[in-house]
Design a protein around this ligand. Structure first.
Ligand code: 5GP
Length: 186
């Protein structure tokens, strides 16, 4: 039977089960590292939402949560321009901030967020990213995550929060789109 969403996927990179397993492992590692300190999770909407929801339930120690909104991409290309679309609700002064990201590509989004957060005098700032694309890193943004779910090659991926033109965020697995979906018929 044709399916209007799954049929657009060229290749599955990580299955639902692989994602579930890896996110659990990250949660256990983070809970262990932060024992005795309460992490304050700062997540970047919207791509990180499924990751956040699963990760926070895998971190079995007290934690708090806030959300920041950043806009940087349109379509499959980085516009190179990063903008704050929603600020944090609470002060992070003296808190142990753990930034929760969906994917690091050029690193421009993360370096913008880190610069912004560090000005607010947190006790510490660390980063957990679901996916890392080290080959995409811009010279201007030599940032890295402290915790990485999966390292991936230079491909445009969707699913588990990651979109193409706001679609496919609800895919429970991570995949690569068929080229003709975003480039049109050849
Ligand atoms: P960066 O600023 O590191 O280049 O990119 C960060 C943001 O770009 C991510 O939070 C994500 O929204 C978007 N992005 C980067 N690479 C991909 C990708 O392969 N697929 C999707 N769907 N979004 C991406």
């Amino acid at each position: 039977m044709p399916h209007p969403m799954h049929d657009d996927i060229e290749q599955t990179l990580f299955t639902e089960e692989q994602v579930r397993q890896r996110v659990k492992e990250l949660g256990v590692e983070i809970a262990h590292d932060y024992e005795g300190r309460e992490p304050h999770l700062v997540t970047i909407v919207k791509g990180s939402m499924p990751f956040l929801a699963d990760l926070m339930r895998a971190i079995d120690i007290p934690l708090t949560l806030d959300v920041i909104g950043i806009s940087s991409y349109s379509g499959t290309q980085s516009s190179g321009e990063v903008r704050l679309t929603k600020d944090l609700d609470d002060s992070i002064e003296g808190r142990h901030v753990l930034v929760v990201e969906d994917i690091i590509d050029t690193g421009l989004t993360l370096s913008y967020v880190l610069r912004n957060l560090r000005q607010r005098a947190p006790a510490s700032v660390k980063v957990v990213t679901f996916l890392d694309k080290p080959s995409g890193r811009a010279d201007a943004a030599l940032v890295n995550a402290d915790y990485v779910g999966f390292t991936i090659p230079d491909a445009f991926v969707i699913g588990y929060g990651l979109d193409w033109n706001q679609r496919y965020r609800n895919l429970p697995y991570v995949g690569i789109l068929k080229r003709d979906v975003y480039a049109g018929p050849l």
